[in-house]
Structures are given as structure tokens and as C-alpha cells.
Design a protein around this ligand. Structure first.
Ligand SMILES: [Zn+2]
Length: 234
């Protein structure tokens, strides 16, 4: 019943510059360069002027797996109350909704994309333009919002500077890393490394899982076999 939000393909560099644009504006508005932990609630409420609430969205929208939703017309973002107390997932979800706001709001407004009408439901004030559920995480708009969120709460320059402190010039090389990542399996070495980067860099609103993916994405951790192959090629 959900209509898919159609959005254009964005290259990683385009996503990066969208995030940098937001961080630059926020920095100028605040008069200070934001440092981790990036205050996502401050960006949402005070910089962007969006009303932010924690709500029982599962009840409000009658969906079991909803994490967050954005009501563009009402200027409201809501995060599901089940994420309260889970600092990393909570901040990531809010940053993800900001991603929709920043990247996708113009398309929703331009095309007047109509998502299901919840207006008749009790407690639902109006129809949310965006509803984010765990079961939708393969859709392009959802992937883009995730990538946006990761870049927003873990800015590349801060992650790189922290890794330099943690590892000096020797990036960790982990055997079987690629295989486990492809199989979406837990990698204890990677998580320990992510934990260290979080502590050292003060990324207190980032989960180890999110930092693990960010470190892989930035190639700040290496797969042993790939690393050896590259060394042979040099
Ligand atoms: Zn979403």
C-alpha cells in the first residue's frame, strides 16, 4: 500500500556535498564548527526549525516496524519511542529523517507524491510524506537517507583524524573481513576497532554498527586478502 518515493540516483560525491552543505550552513548559523557528537537535535529543531517529537509511531501509524516519519506539510519529524534510550539508533534515525528532508522534500513537493492516507486514523494529525520502516531499507530513497545520516553524524574529516590518532599510519588489516561483511555477519575485530574510534573521537551518539560500516566505506580498515593482493600489484 505504500507508494515508493521516486528519487534520482545520487553519486557518493553528490551525497557528500549535500551533507557538507548542511554542515556548513549549520556551522555558520552556530558560529562554531560542529564537532562529534554532532548535535542532530540542535540541527533539526534550532537550525532547521523543524518540530521534533518522540512518539508511539507504531500505534499512530498502525505499523509494527516503523522507526521514523516526516510530515513535511506540518513541519514535523517524529522518531518512534521504541528507540528512546538507544542513543546510536535514535540519533541515526533522526539524521536519516533529516536526510529525507534535505534530499527528498523537493521531489515530494514537486511531484505531490501521495502516500497512504492516515488522516482518518485516530491520533494521526495528517498524512506523513515519508514513513521509514525496517522492511523498506532496500529502496533508493531509504539507502540515500542512510548514507546521508552516516555522513552527517560521522563527518569524514573527523573520522579520518580520529583513525590517525588510534592507528597512526597502520590501518587494521582483518582476515575474512570482506566475506563476513558480504554475509552480513558480525566481525568482532571490526566492532572493537569501531568502539575505539567512537571513544577516541567522542562519537557518543554513534552505534558500533554504524561506525563499522563507515570505517569500511572510508577504507579505513582493510581485508587481509585484498590488502595482500594490492601489495602484490604495486
Ligand atoms: Zn527513510
Amino acid at each position: 500500500m505504500l507508494t515508493k518515493l521516486q528519487v534520482p540516483f545520487l553519486k557518493p560525491a553528490q551525497l557528500e556535498s549535500a551533507v557538507m552543505d548542511l554542515l556548513r550552513r549549520y556551522s555558520k548559523w552556530k558560529g562554531a564548527v560542529p564537532r562529534p557528537p554532532i548535535d542532530i537535535e540542535d540541527i533539526t529543531e534550532h537550525h532547521l526549525g523543524i518540530v521534533f517529537e518522540v512518539a508511539d509511531l507504531r500505534e499512530m501509524l498502525k505499523m509494527g516496524d516503523v522507526l521514523g516519519a516526516a510530515w513535511f506539510d506540518d513541519n514535523v519529524i517524529r522518531v518512534d519511542s521504541s528507540l528512546e534510550g538507544k542513543e546510536g539508533r535514535f540519533s541515526f534515525t533522526l539524521a536519516h529523517e533529516i536526510g529525507h528532508w534535505w534530499l527528498h522534500r523537493p521531489y515530494v513537493e514537486m511531484e505531490k507524491v501521495t502516500l497512504p492516507l492516515f488522516a482518518h486514523e485516530k491520533n494521526a494529525k495528517a498524512t506523513p510524506a515519508i514513513v521509514c520502516r525496517t522492511s523498506q531499507n532496500k529502496e533508493r530513497a531509504e539507502i540515500q537517507a542512510d548514507l546521508f545520516a552516516a555522513r552527517l553524524i560521522m563527518p569524514e574529516s573527523d573520522v579520518r583524524a580520529t583513525v590517525k590518532k588510534v592507528c597512526d599510519a597502520n590501518l587494521p588489516v582483518i582476515g575474512g573481513l570482506r566475506k563476513r561483511l558480504d554475509a552480513r555477519q558480525f566481525d568482532s575485530q571490526l566492532r572493537d576497532y569501531a568502539g575505539e574510534v567512537i571513544r577516541e573521537g567522542n562519537f557518543t551518539n554513534v552505534s558500533k554498527e554504524a561506525m563499522s560500516y563507515r570505517l569500511v566505506d572510508l577504507k579505513l580498515v582493510l581485508d587481509k586478502a585484498e590488502h595482500e593482493q594490492q601489495r602484490r600489484l604495486v
